[in-house]
Design a protein around this ligand. Structure first.
Ligand SMILES: [Zn+2]
Length: 361
């Protein structure tokens, strides 16, 4: 895994490469930024470079025994096995500290509770952090350095964060901590202030699309569609399942085309259909992308630049009609609906209001 192989974030990659080349990787780094943009990938590439037998160098060599060992440990199937093994031992906190090499540990949050129920947010338990703190204090076993990568660092609760502070206050000379988080506000100020912070922005649409076509062999039109919907997250663009999406979008397009003619009863039925959607948040994201395209067309945008450029011919008559005139406001309302559903709003009532909103003239 090379730092140069990570999509985007040129500035951050350069800073890290220079630090590695000068053998000056900071003792504590905090990589913060949206999910799915490559923070953890870059953290692990930097860790591998610090351990590599050719270090100090700006990149891991990829060929020495250490590099090979780390690469094998990071094989997705192998990691998945370890996660499943950890889930079979929910009482032993440190099972989610994965040792990728004697001197490289990846700490991940628990996605299940001790009783096996899925957690809304990953949890990094205090036992994991105590184990980590003890390790950080030790000298390297084999490599020149020891690196500890903590993914979803915001998953540390109060006592976990307190336990970690000790390592940050007296960083041992050859150990490095790299915290990775999409929610830095979930970390105490005392932790953030002891780390060198690198802030990742979302990836540009064209960078995501280029990666999909060049590295994944995705067709150009499809890559553009996925990149537009993924809002700067390569992870989301990769996970995107396009057949399901197209079916969903087809349903919403038909709704937009016919919604002006629906009577009160038909509107209620339509709301019930929406309420049954498997992933209401994704449905609303899709609806919003269609409405934003209508607003853009109404404002004179060229069809080629739309998120849903492949259905521009169906969007154009809608944009010219009464829906087009309100599309900008409606798109914002849909964003509001999405956050309401994350709270305690009644789902059916929320969709009732949404369909009424779409059909009013
Ligand atoms: Zn190497």
């Amino acid at each position: 895994m090379r730092l140069a192989g990570v999509v985007g974030h040129e500035r951050i990659r350069t800073i890290l490469s220079r630090a590695l080349e000068r053998d000056r990787l900071p003792p504590a780094l905090l990589l913060s930024g949206p999910d799915g943009v490559g923070k953890k990938t870059l953290a692990l590439a930097a860790a591998q470079a610090a351990l590599c037998e050719a270090a100090p160098a700006p990149e891991p060599c990829g060929e020495c025994p250490t590099c090979r060992r780390v690469a094998a440990a990071l094989d997705p199937a192998h990691l998945q096995e370890q996660r499943e093994e950890a889930d079979r031992h929910p009482g032993d906190d440190e099972w989610r500290n994965f040792r990728l090499h004697p001197d490289l540990v990846l700490v991940e949050g628990w996605r299940l509770t001790r009783t096996g129920r899925p957690r809304p947010e990953p949890e990094i338990r205090v036992g994991q952090v105590r184990n980590l703190v003890a390790e950080v204090a030790g000298a390297p076993f084999e490599a020149r350095r020891r690196v500890f990568v903590v993914d979803d660092a915001h998953g540390m609760n109060e006592s976990s964060q307190n336990a970690l502070l000790k390592s940050l206050e007296e960083p041992p000379p050859r150990s490095h901590l790299i915290l990775v988080t999409a929610r830095p506000q979930g970390l105490r100020q005392t932790i953030r202030s002891r780390c060198q912070v690198l802030r990742f922005g979302p990836l540009g649409r064209s960078a995501v699309a280029a990666f999909l076509t060049e590295q994944q062999g995705v067709a150009e039109e499809e890559a553009r569609l996925r990149a537009g919907l993924a809002a700067g997250s390569l992870g989301a663009a990769l996970a995107f399942e396009s057949e399901g999406y197209k079916t969903l979008r087809e349903g919403l397009l038909s709704l937009l085309e016919g919604v002006g003619d629906l009577d009160a009863l038909a509107r209620m039925e339509q709301a019930e259909v929406l309420e049954q959607a498997e992933d209401p948040a994704f449905l609303l994201t899709t609806l919003r992308s269609l409405l934003r395209d209508l607003a853009a067309l109404r404002a004179g945008a060229s069809p080629g630049g739309l998120l849903n450029a492949d259905v521009a011919e169906r969007l154009q008559p809608l944009a010219a009609g009464s829906l087009g005139a309100r599309a900008g406001v409606l798109a914002e309302n849909v964003a509001g609906t999405r956050s309401a559903l994350r709270g305690f709003a009644n789902k059916l009532l929320t969709f009732d209001l949404l369909v009424d909103d779409l059909s009013s003239k």
